[in-house]
Design a protein around this ligand. Sequence first.
Ligand code: NAP
Length: 333
Amino acid sequence: MYDVIILGSGPAGLTAAIYTTRASLKTLVIAGGKWGGQLMLTTEVDNFPGFPEGIQGPDLMANMRKQAERFGAEFVDENFKEADFSKQPFIVAAADKTYEGKSVIIATGADTKWLDVPGERDKIGRGVSSCAPCDAPFFRNKKVIVAGGGDSAMEEALVLSRFAEQVILVHRRDQFRASQIMQDKVKANSKIHVLVNTQITEILGEQKVEKVRMTTTTSDKTLLAKTPEEITKNFHEVLNAHAIGTKEDSIMWEMPIDGVFVAIGHIPNSSVFKEIDVDEKGFIKVQEHTKTNKEGVFVAGDVHDHEYMQAITAAGFGCSAALETERWLEEQK
Ligand code: NAP
């Protein structure tokens, strides 16, 4: 019987584990088959306090895990399957085993949101990616697209610009969610070309990504009245994109491309928790501090935080969840 079972091993889960074990709570971390969370997919992390020269994401996570293990946290490197919060002790299943815990901290993070267009899923790893720091070196001197208009998309485009010959940032509106400083960096980068009011509608290719189809919304009636050949003349040189037709308010394009990086947000890993209240986007609702609607079940990190989604804030939430858990367990005595 564990005092606390922590689901997830990103900055939130591991920080929680450091705090619960230091409070002498018997702690189990269901770390996942691929432990460490999203930072395992990044390279240099420059904004985690305490590392003036920056630190590699996987190194940061390895340090956090070592620190939790030093205080006695136990780890199961298996994927979490389900949990029963209907009675005490709570039952948590991972792989073919179940574990009993008096309390649970959910720190399962969030996963990539995909465009959900034809040709996307079957080409993941064959030109479609969601992680520029992981895959950018494969696109040296190539032409790639980044889809999205938030900070993630800007960051992906900037990383890719260090390798690729041309980066085309495709955003569905003409306003960006990204911070001004990131937008400015993108604008100042001569390798990055921004296409606004444009949606990717299909990714084509036999074995790997070869071209994309896109639709650009426009109210420019003069442009829409032109033939695809005439429209192409305006854009062909820069992007090698060909207009293939027009509709009432949009132009359809086809463009040869080597890679498509999708950076349009994340989906919280919460759907497995049937007894836990979530908002319309699936983020776990926090009642007060880090408490969920279920007594003894706490939450930390990207699975509830859609606002900041930073390693340091996830770690901070992990700390809060551990302290709340400790208080709650004390009250139960
Ligand atoms: P985000 O801010 O939610 O932006 C997602 C972008 O993707 C939006 O521009 C959105 O378009 C677009 N999008 C969503 N669904 C789409 C679809 N189906 N088709 C086409 N486009 C779609 O997500 P994020 O960029 O991942 O950032 C999440 C949080 O992490 C933010 O708070 C961000 O500041 C933070 N972050 C910070 C940094 C940094 O500071 N260095 C780096 C990465 C992330 P609309 O605008 O039209 O909705």
